[in-house]
Write a protein that binds this ligand. Structure first.
Ligand code: ADP
Ligand code: MG
Length: 708
């Protein structure tokens, strides 16, 4: 897919200049040169240190400036003080350098002046048709080239995992840890401030990189979520992409006039973005790399049933719990499996679930059990646990597991836990080296299997909305919005909100505003009993909270009482509230209450919310978000994300609700948000979903416009 070859020089340059190379071993640039020239993993092409005050560093001729550097030189690593970076980049541009990595910090992250300086770098890169990585990042490691432009100590082990990090500082720790853990990397990227090259540029490169089979991301902020959505969707369709997002709890507190606005958060938007691209989000660094390790070995996990084979009951039980936590189940052995194992395992062994061979299990028991379960059709994957025993050599257990996996061709993941320290280190290393993902604790193995399941069973991604709204209707909705804004109103009336919904094909019950009780009675008679009466006041947002909603109002007398009651309640709670009157509405019966809402995030644009509705929506928190607009298949997945799906399917004898109409409504609300940028917040709470083929009714639409 990647037609953009401009990134190749970051990974496989013909030659490299290090500008700002120092001869002092305590300087970061000296560390970079050491990595570039390392006897084992040094860059195989020419490396040119540039420094006007040195003639030679680490045995390499030093050049006074980039213009003097001989060919070939495609990549420049710049580590001169911030005020000199722009001029250095200009010189690189004139010299015909194709790509620069700016390690130096002190740009956008340092304030407005730094931002100006950074903008200058971007302009220079553009002018000379150069790509810029950074500033304020540590650059690129490619273990296949090999190339290491960082000042981090050492080189990661070679492997199949690509890691892209928005934190440079994290990289040093991860590299050091990963070597001990035995996890290898193809590519390691520290993208810094992403002034030019961003994760959205790099993902297609990594998709095409044959050395990388899994892509892992550490994300703090995605600068252009809409572009990321488009790019990542294609990449994640081809290769697993796992993301760890930090800053998830930082809540942007803001005043909102809707349930949706109150529940929307930056984290909700990122979750939506990852879901809609097919990226699998994980919660911790351990989970990121444990999962990546498993995904380099296996990319299929057809079902949720994982067999546990163990010599220790406690860890087996913990593993079973952990599987459930990650959306998987403990597999129950098929009768054939039990029959095959029974004669060979210790008499007291449990053979069903988990397969507990007890403390007396010998290495060969592991081999037999793994072989039998690999052939068991009721099992989708295997988690083998070994806890050290005095009379058993863990290395023998490892050999048995490896032999069994190699003997039985089955497309099922097998993962191992060697729960211990010194007694199992060698066994664990051997198992891992044989290509079997190996962990210390069962919880880590279960988390990795959970990620694999989510990856393999990820829903198809299709973010293209169906064309469902006619141009005329769009214009009608836009005109209502324009009119309100012209009158300096940001909260639309019930009648205006209803008219906009009608333009988008979303039905509402019949309703009419009454100023006096007689009028209310006349309206109610026209609709037919029972009806609902609701306070209409621009100053009262949640009508039920002030006793402003009466449902099931059954006759003329009840209408008069409800009318008076509503007005009295409003006056009692908010004496100065403006009261427009009372809305008389057709009563909708037999519907399930859901919420469909929208809000406009300054960074992500229109966000759509769906969930369990009603007055308790914030309390229940059963909601899910997507970036709008969206397809009707994606709308269906929104429904399935929350407990609303079960309500709608028909709980306790209730008839199944009209899911199709609900899906269509979600799509249309998404379209409305996308079409009319002046809509800041929107709540349909509740949207009543009637039984199958009877449609939906928005009984309480609220639309808030962006005043500025
Ligand atoms: P608010 O959200 O301001 O309190 P609503 O108009 O949403 O007011 O009404 C509160 C609740 O009353 C709804 O959640 C719903 O259960 C019920 N309700 C409101 N209108 C109708 C209607 N037309 N038909 C049936 N139930 C209704
Ligand atoms: Mg409501």
């Amino acid at each position: 897919m990647n037609k953009d070859n401009s990134l190749r020089p970051f990974f496989r340059p013909t030659g490299i200049a290090l500008i700002g190379a120092s001869q002092h071993p305590e300087k970061l640039s000296f560390g970079i040169l050491q990595n570039l020239l390392h006897p084992e993993y040094g860059f195989p092409g020419p490396v040119y240190p540039v420094n006007p005050r040195a003639s030679e560093i680490l045995g390499k001729t030093c050049y006074p400036d980039i213009s003097q550097v001989p060919d070939p030189v495609e990549l420049a690593i710049i580590i001169v003080p911030a005020p000199y970076v722009a001029a250095t980049m200009e010189a690189c541009g004139r010299r015909g350098v194709k790509a620069v990595i700016v390690i130096t910090g002190g740009f956008r992250e340092a304030g407005p002046d730094g931002k100006t300086l950074e903008d200058r770098l971007v302009a220079i890169a553009k002018q000379y048709d150069m790509r810029l990585m950074g500033p304020n990042g540590i650059g690129v490691i490619d273990t296949n080239t090999p190339l290491n432009t960082t000042f981090v100590k050492g080189m990661p082990l070679p492997g199949k995992i690509a890691f892209l990090s928005q934190s440079g500082a994290l990289c040093g720790g991860v590299i050091d840890w990963s070597k001990q853990r035995g996890i290898g990397f193809s590519v390691f990227l520290s993208v810094g401030n992403e002034a030019d090259v961003t994760e959205s540029d790099l993902l297609p490169y990594l998709q095409d990189d044959p050395g990388s089979t899994v892509i892992t991301l550490y994300i703090e902020e995605i600068h252009n979520p809409r572009r990321f959505l488009q790019v990542a969707e294609e990449v994640a369709a081809q290769k697993p992409v796992l993301a760890l997002k930090s800053g998830r709890t930082a809540s942007g507190q803001r005043a909102t006039a809707s349930h949706t606005g109150a529940l929307a958060s930056n984290d909700a938007a990122y979750q939506a973005l990852f879901r809609q691209t097919g990226i699998v989000q994980v919660d911790t660094l351990d989970e990121l790399f444990d999962s990546a390790l498993l995904l380099t070995a296996h990319q299929t996990l057809a079902g949720r049933n994982i067999a546990i084979i163990t010599n220790a009951g406690g860890p087996g039980a913990l593993a079973a719990d952990a599987l459930e936590r990650h959306g998987l189940h403990l597999a129950v052995s098929a009768p054939e499996t039990i029959a095959a194992l029974q004669p060979h395992l210790p008499a007291a062994a449990a053979l069903t679930a988990p397969i507990d061979m007890l403390g007396g299990a010998f290495p060969e028991h592991y081999g037999l059990a793994v072989k039998a379960v690999l052939q068991d059709h009721s099992t989708d994957g295997i988690l083998v646990i070994h806890v050290p025993q005095a009379v058993v050599d863990a290395r023998e257990v490892s050999r048995e597991i490896i032999d069994a996996v190699q003997a039985v061709p089955a497309d099922k993941p097998v993962v191992a836990c060697f729960l211990g320290g010194d007694a199992v280190t060698e066994a664990a290393q051997r198992t891992l080296a044989a290509g079997i993902p190996t962990f210390t604790f069962p919880s880590a193995a279960a988390a990795a299997l959970g990620t694999l399941y989510r990856w393999h069973n990820r829903p198809p991604v299709d973010n293209v909305p169906p064309e469902s709204v006619a141009e005329a209707d769009r214009q009608c909705a836009a005109a209502i919005v324009q009119q309100a804004l012209a009158e300096k109103r940001t909260a639309l009336s019930a009648a205006e909100s209803e008219a906009i919904l009608h333009a988008y094909g979303i039905p509402t019950p019949g309703s009419a505003l009454a100023k006096r009780a007689d009028e209310a009675v006349a309206r109610a008679k026209a609709f037919g009993y029972p009806v609902v009466l609701k306070l209409q006041s621009p100053d009262i947002l949640h009508k039920s909270d002030v006793g402003g909603v009466k449902v099931g109002v059954a006759d003329d007398q009840a209408v008069r009482e409800a009318f008076a009651g509503i007005i009295a309640n409003a006056r009692a709670t908010k004496p100065r509230a403006r009261i427009d009157g009372v809305l008389v509405q057709e009563m909708v019966s037999g519907g399930q209450e859901v919420i469909v809402g929208g809000t406009r995030d300054p960074h992500f644009g229109p966000l759509l919310m769906f969930g369990v509705g009603g007055v308790l929506v914030e309390l229940l928190g059963q909601v899910t978000f997507r970036l709008a607009p969206l397809s009707s298949a994606e709308a269906g997945r929104m429904i399935d994300d929350t407990a609303a799906a079960k309500l709608l399917a028909g709980l306790r004898g209730a008839p199944p609700a009209d899911r199709d109409a609900l899906r269509q409504t979600i799509v249309r609300v998404g379209q409305l948000l996308a079409d009319i940028p002046q809509i800041a917040e929107l709540d349909l709470n509740p949207l009543l979903v009637l039984p199958a083929s009877r449609g939906v009714r928005a009984v309480d639409p609220r639309i808030i416009l962006n005043g500025s």
